[in-house]
Design a protein around this ligand. Structure first.
Ligand code: AMP
Ligand code: ZN
Length: 138
């Protein structure tokens, strides 16, 4: 299913041109217009899902293997030393385009720090309570 008002639907399905690095029946992989590093790519499903929770398991199951393939090509083709796989769900998590996408961000030795956080502290009792709350909702 496509959403006629969604820019990533239009890009994924070729209605809007993009710097495409990979395409198959289910996905188009494009370069991000505001790259965090050289080669920053976005994996776009051709069908519209708002986020990972809306995606069917077959589509979701193909995302990690494809991210690995793209990341490996970044290492080989661009000389990247590693890469981050990032996927934002919800505006509070940094999602700005509400069509499921996976960022594959090449990383270069000596490059800027990104995708990081300050580690907090948690007591084991609190961790157990938090784990119970998630388990109960599964
Ligand atoms: P997110 O914040 O996870 O929703 O990521 C959205 C990403 O899409 C950002 O990194 C934007 O730079 C990128 N973006 C937005 N519009 C376009 C576009 N038309 N073509 C390529 N990348 C885009
Ligand atoms: Zn869409």
């Amino acid at each position: 299913m496509k959403d006629g008002n969604c820019i990533f639907c239009k890009i994924a399905n070729g209605e809007i041109p993009s710097a495409t690095v990979y395409e198959d029946d289910d996905f188009r992989v494009i370069l991000d217009l505001g790259p965090a590093s050289r080669g920053h790519a976005l994996i776009l499903p051709k069908n519209h899902f708002k986020d990972i929770c809306e995606a069917d398991e077959v589509t979701a199951g193909k995302l990690f293997p494809l991210a690995a393939k793209i990341g490996a090509a970044m290492k080989k083709g661009l000389g990247a030393d590693g890469f981050n796989v990032v996927q934002n769900n919800g505006s509070c998590a940094g999602q700005t385009v509400f069509h499921l996408h996976v960022h594959v961000i090449p990383r270069y030795e000596g490059g800027p720090v990104m995708v990081s956080w300050d580690p907090g502290k948690a007591e084991s009792e609190e961790l157990a309570k938090t784990a119970d709350a998630i388990k109960a909702a599964l």
